[in-house]
Design a protein around this ligand. Structure first.
Ligand code: TYD
Ligand code: MG
Length: 486
């Protein structure tokens, strides 16, 4: 008879212990012992009885085109690589309160509601009411960002249902949230449970189109003694869910909270177990939320979807550039529009710089939405190559609207914004910039120039300050700020 028991295994050296120890006696690492479930079935015998019929030639495996399930949001589908793949596990991570439960509940309501109105579900997104962000009274759902992939979703079966497991909130609390969002479909089931075996059991009976687990940190498995949220429990529970997903072809969305260090439940325990990792980013100061994929077995990574948190849940933003530039004051020194690429999509954003005289000793350099070390390098290159004295100035640089730009193409817009602020001269109207700045002040080409220019042109920009027009930072500055080509 196979028997289950648990063991504590050091994640550094593999040392095993029957009880928990704070420090591994073998390698001396602290907090490295993780509870693991062990089954005593005779593995060796099973291996000997392995049937060779299970061996297949890869060339003979039929390629399946995977039908995808629409999440009900074009922006969400885009990040998923075109929709939800049956049998896949997707981890949705993000800071507490960012809107993970809201977004998933909305997707659940969309999917479970499919049976009621299939005619409208696959219409162009703009015909659906209340889902699109509408800033300044303009409806720009029709406008799609250049390069945005068409959504390749196929209609799924009409009896779609969603099982929403909530370990954090009561069914009543979920209901309050659902009431805010809209009409509640009949096929949306709520299971307030934290026992992973119960959840899998219920899911096997309900056979939902989508299973949502909110959150993995609240789940437990009785085979382990550790408390919910411990590395052992999180790992064991995700393995149980993974086995269920693969066996029943049920797609599962798992919510994972980000720990203080920015990891999901300890040292990236979950990330290699799941098929896709989506991060919901944003901050409490702004209503925009960015869903970013950092791993996706079924789509491209670094794809982003933009949402806006409203009083009726999350709204899709199909035209992020317009939103990020909405509050921009033209002809203001220190403001530069940058054409950046996030995923495959070009997004325009405003880089702002403010410079003031340093009052106490060391000048301050602060950034938001940009890599601080890259900004430091740009500042150094700017003061040396372009001969702009910045030594006595406090410099603040940020990306307006809470967007984060991680690519070097932001260098040139940052440099121009700082130069424009320091010299108190605005850039000419209709100017957009992108390009990497080298240590010696040379401008280096960046990817997808065509996409960047097209997106900027679409929004009415006519002048481009880019590495294909200017060789050095000095040339770019003298043209755009001093208004001369020499
Ligand atoms: P929530 O989805 O509970 O976050 P998470 O699951 O990531 O912890 O979102 C909570 C926040 O969203 C909360 O501060 C309230 C706000 N919110 C809105 O602004 N509008 C809404 O329609 C809803 C449902 C929530
Ligand atoms: Mg939540």
């Amino acid at each position: 008879m196979p028997k289950n028991y648990s063991e504590y295994i050091c994640q550094q050296c593999g040392y095993k212990s029957a009880s928990f120890l704070g420090k591994c006696p073998n390698c001396g690492e602290w907090n490295s012992l993780v509870e693991t479930s062990v089954s005593t079935s005779d593995k060796k015998l099973e291996t000997r009885n392995l049937k060779l019929e299970e061996l297949v030639k890869l060339s003979e495996v039929k390629s399946q085109s995977m039908p995808r399930i629409s999440s009900g949001f074009d922006e969400f589908n885009r990040v998923l690589g075109g929709g939800i793949v049956p049998g896949s596990i997707v981890l949705i991570s993000g800071d507490p309160g960012i809107g993970k439960s809201t977004l998933l509940l909305q997707a659940a309501m969309e999917i479970a509601g499919f049976a009621r109105g299939p005619a409208s579900r696959f219409h162009p997104a703009s015909t659906r009411s209340g889902l699109k962000s509408n800033v300044g009274g303009q409806e720009y759902a029709e406008l799609r960002a250049v390069g945005s992939p068409p959504t390749t979703v196929t209609p799924h079966k009409t009896d779609s249902s969603v099982l929403y497991v909530t370990g954090e909130e009561s069914a009543h609390q979920v209901k309050i949230r659902a009431d805010r969002i809209g009409k509640i479909p009949d096929n949306l089931f709520i299971l307030p449970s934290t026992d992973v075996d119960v959840i899998v059991g219920v899911s096997e009976k309900v056979k939902p189109t989508l299973l949502i687990v909110d959150s993995i940190q609240t789940l437990t498995c009785d085979r382990l003694a550790g408390s919910a949220g411990s590395v052992g429990q999180v790992r064991e529970c995700s393995q149980v869910l993974q086995a269920h997903a693969k066996k029943s072809h049920t797609p599962i969305f798992i919510v994972g909270h980000v720990t203080k260090e920015g990891n999901i439940a300890g040292p990236k325990v979950l990330e290699h177990l799941v098929d896709a990792v989506l991060n919901l980013e944003g901050d409490n100061m702004h209503s925009y939320r960015i869903l970013r994929s950092t791993k996706n077995r079924f789509g491209s990574t670094f794809e982003v979807g933009v949402f806006e948190m409203s009083d009726r849940g999350m709204l899709e933003v199909s035209n992020p550039s317009q939103i990020f530039l909405a509050q921009r004051i033209e002809k203001r020194a220190g403001s530069v529009v940058a054409s950046t690429i996030t995923g495959e999509r070009p997004i325009l954003a405003e880089v702002q710089a403010l410079t003031t005289s340093t009052i106490f000793g060391i000048p301050v350099r602060r950034t938001a939405g940009l890599d601080p070390s890259r900004v430091q390098i740009v500042i150094a290159a700017l003061s040396k190559a372009a001969n702009i004295p910045l030594g006595n100035l406090d410099i603040y640089v940020n990306v307006a609207g809470g967007l984060k730009i991680g690519e070097p193409a932001a260098d040139l817009p940052v440099a121009l914004a700082i130069a424009s602020a320091a010299l108190d001269r605005p850039l000419p109207e209709g100017t957009c910039a992108f390009g990497e700045v080298g240590l010696l002040g040379e401008l280096r080409p960046v990817s997808n120039i065509k996409g960047r220019i097209n997106e900027a042109k679409r929004l009415g920009f006519t002048q481009f300050i880019s590495p294909d027009r200017f060789k050095t930072l000095e040339e770019a500055i003298s043209y755009s700020i001093h208004g001369s080509q020499d």
